[in-house]
Design a protein around this ligand. Sequence first.
Ligand SMILES: Cc1cc2nc3c(=O)[nH]c(=O)nc-3n(C[C@H](O)[C@H](O)[C@H](O)COP(=O)(O)OP(=O)(O)OC[C@H]3O[C@@H](n4cnc5c(N)ncnc54)[C@H](O)[C@@H]3O)c2cc1C
Length: 480
Amino acid sequence: MGNNASELVDRLGAIFGPERTVSTPEQLLTYECDGHALERRPPQVVVYPESTEEVRRGIRVCAELAVPFLARGAGTGLSGGAVAARGGVVFEMARMNRILEIDYANRLAVVQPGLVNLHLSLATQKRGFHYAPDPSSQGACTLGGNVAENSGGPHTLKYGVTTNHVLGLELVLPNGEVVRTGSRMGDVPGLDLTGVIVVSEGTFGIVTEITVRLTRNAEAVRTFLAVYDDLDRASETVSGVIAAGIVPAALELIDAVAIQAVEAHLKVGFPTDAAAVLLIEIEGLADEVEATATSIETIARAHECRSIEVAGDEATRRRLWKGRKMALGAVGKIAAAYYTHDGVVPRSKLPEAVRRIQEIAKRHGVRVANICHAGDGNLHPLLLFDPSDRDEITRMHDAGKEILRMCVDLGGALTGEHGVGAEKRSCMPWLFSENDLDQFARVRSVFDPHELSNPEKVFPTGSRCADVHIARKIRTGGWL
Ligand SMILES: Cc1cc2nc3c(=O)[nH]c(=O)nc-3n(C[C@H](O)[C@H](O)[C@H](O)COP(=O)(O)OP(=O)(O)OC[C@H]3O[C@@H](n4cnc5c(N)ncnc54)[C@H](O)[C@@H]3O)c2cc1C
């Protein structure tokens, strides 16, 4: 460790103490990657702040020594966002996990960023409220990570993604200044700085406090499992439901490969001979739910659904949702490894996109499992591969690239909810012009002129000359 590095450790140690300043290679190994796992680089130091003031003082040290830094929540991110691409300091936010205030009258909560998503709903459920954005990782991921990634989840189809539920933020800027944005009232005059910070993937500084909306639990909920012998018919049902003007709370598609993984390991009752199932949930006033249920059943049957089962009680509903929320983990048990993609297509293009994913995977000789937030047009093809087989890894990457390009070509986007991170920043020019990227870079430089906060994420290197980065990526074969 050079002089500069030992000065960094000494100065951080003076703020956080030896217990909360970690810098040996063994200790740093835990922090070398996130859920994406293919991007790896350990930081130089990890610190565990317990207050905004400690984050402020730690960032100040980074600014004075020109050392890059980033915040880490639970490390469940799937785009390499929490990887210290240029080394430097990781602020592990797990100790800032308190609910500071719950204000039922105004339907809001003020929390620290290390709070696990599900813990807020658990804390408010007895009073009939919950926090609506529910990533499938909600038992582990933090609200700080959700804010950075603008995370979604099965129920964000009806309720909206993270940005629709964040009222205000406290942020420590990369120069150590503490700023507050938004208000408890929601809409405020002036620029929507909260909206800009949500989705900035940690590149504008570290969020230290979040004010979120609480959502009233619905009067009535009904959950269906629709079973199909044909994958096309299942995805056509999704388009049919949306085209009929129905907005279910959740509309999830799980294909045969994922069904078999779920049944082999979780046994939730998905039929293993089905080509696909749809998990459909509707919520609202009791009369409204009744009428919508009839419409959904009619549409599903018109698209040759083999059977449609209604969850008769809460235990059945939970069992079906367990199958969906733990499906990624189950797929991990049928393959040595898998790569989760996250593209979006217009909902009307869902049947075509699902068909083309099957065709692309087949052509590249790669197995694929599809688990989609289908109602949002958000696809999660999981490409299965053996990490010891270099040829299969190449084919898996080629298939993934083609799938993502197909999403963009169909009028969709590079990511629905997992963020751009390190993973897809070189693809940003597929979606944005040089001028767009230049504007993004200008906004970023207002918050972080020296690119210290989570560098080498989201924005292609030197967005003002993005082609340089693309050329480098092509030379090194570093796509994804
Ligand atoms: C099994 C599984 C299922 C998943 N399902 C979903 C899903 O349904 N929907 C979905 O949207 N995502 C899903 N994800 C992805 C992931 O859980 C989300 O992106 C989540 O928001 C990441 O939260 P985290 O706390 O783990 O953040 P990390 O992975 O630790 O960090 C993610 C990014 O947030 C930044 N960050 C973290 N905290 C702060 C902070 N306080 N201030 C500033 N920046 C910060 C980091 O620097 C990094 O760039 C899933 C992941 C897994 C493994």
